[in-house]
Design a protein around this ligand. Structure first.
Ligand SMILES: NC(=O)c1ccc[n+]([C@@H]2O[C@H](COP(=O)([O-])OP(=O)(O)OC[C@H]3O[C@@H](n4cnc5c(N)ncnc54)[C@H](O)[C@@H]3O)[C@@H](O)[C@H]2O)c1
Length: 274
């Protein structure tokens, strides 16, 4: 429960998407939260409870105009699972209305992140950007950072469903950034990089922070998966995480909603709330 024992007023942006619907169910079921706002492009005016398969109405109708919905329903926290194209504008709008922003949508640029931080500080509010809300994925990132102290060769393979819009995944990017904090330049292959020839463009993946190569797989049937493979002398170490269902993200989302109430400014990564 929050300090006042009143329910936390929560809004969901992207409420009718794959992740948004899970968040709606989580908030409806949480005894310390009240769902007060649901925003998505369509179908406007429908009760969100019916859209997530609940037999009883919630009284929260799907709205399409975020600014109007913020004024009308005054959520304390808004959770965003929309798309890389709109997440920045959504976050700035939420923060400018004095609500706190929990951002699960991936694909934000470093300039976008800077603007969110500026707006959060200016409005004495807070934003959390969490590339992955699954506890196992947060631990994978932590373990990969730790292993980076001992291995100077590594590559990342991330695997997602084929409707994902951004590549590489936010989790892969964040993993690379965390690993690069302790190992600024991972080694390339053993051959002279100038001699290595990419016969098929992209075959070696994208190169992120720390010279880490990231390979993105997109297939139906997958949800969200990642491997970090370390190479050493006569050995490899593989750290892998699999989200087998979108419910895997929900304990992290609920934790973020509760913790952001007492946060200020920008927080990056759920690990800061664990
Ligand atoms: N952080 C995490 O743990 C995590 C986990 C899974 C997915 N994601 C990310 O979450 C995002 C959403 O994923 P998804 O699978 O739910 O996508 P989705 O396409 O199923 O849902 C996105 C929803 O956002 C809605 N939308 C688009 N523009 C909007 C706007 N301007 N205002 C309101 N709603 C709008 C769409 O209509 C759709 O219903 C992606 O960026 C994905 O990578 C993050």
């Amino acid at each position: 429960m929050n300090q006042s024992s009143e329910k936390i007023r929560v809004g969901v942006c992207g409420a009718n998407g794959r992740m948004g619907r899970e968040v709606v169910k989580t908030v409806l079921d949480a005894p310390d939260m009240e769902l007060v706002m649901a925003v998505d492009l369509q179908p406007q005016g429908e009760d969100i409870a019916y859209l997530v398969g609940r037999p009883e109405p919630s009284g929260v109708l799907l709205a399409s105009d975020l600014s109007q919905a913020l004024v009308a329903h005054k959520p304390q926290v808004v959770v965003d699972f929309t798309s890389p194209a709109v997440v920045l504008q959504n976050a700035l709008t939420v923060l400018s209305h004095g609500a706190k922003s929990v951002i699960g949508t991936t694909g934000l640029t470093s300039e976008g992140i800077r603007q969110i931080e500026e707006q959060a500080l200016a409005g004495k509010s807070a934003a959390l950007i969490a590339p992955n809300f699954a506890l196992g994925a947060v631990l994978l990132m932590k373990f990969a950072q730790e292993a980076s102290r001992y291995f100077d060769h590594a590559e990342i393979i991330e695997l997602h469903h084929n409707k994902k819009l951004d590549a590489p995944s936010g989790t892969a990017h964040r993993t690379a950034a965390l690993m690069a904090q302790v190992q600024p330049k991972f080694g390339p292959t053993n051959v002279d990089p100038a001699l290595e020839k990419e016969i098929l463009q992209g075959a070696r993946g994208g190169v992120a922070e720390g010279n880490l190569h990231i390979h993105s797989v997109r297939l139906p049937g997958l949800i969200a998966h990642q491997e970090v493979i370390f190479g050493g002398v006569g050995e490899t170490l593989t750290i892998r995480h699999d989200s087998l269902d979108r419910v895997s993200f929900m304990p992290g989302v609920a934790l973020a909603i509760r913790k952001i109430l007492n946060a200020q400014g920008l927080v990056i990564g759920l690990e800061n709330f664990l």
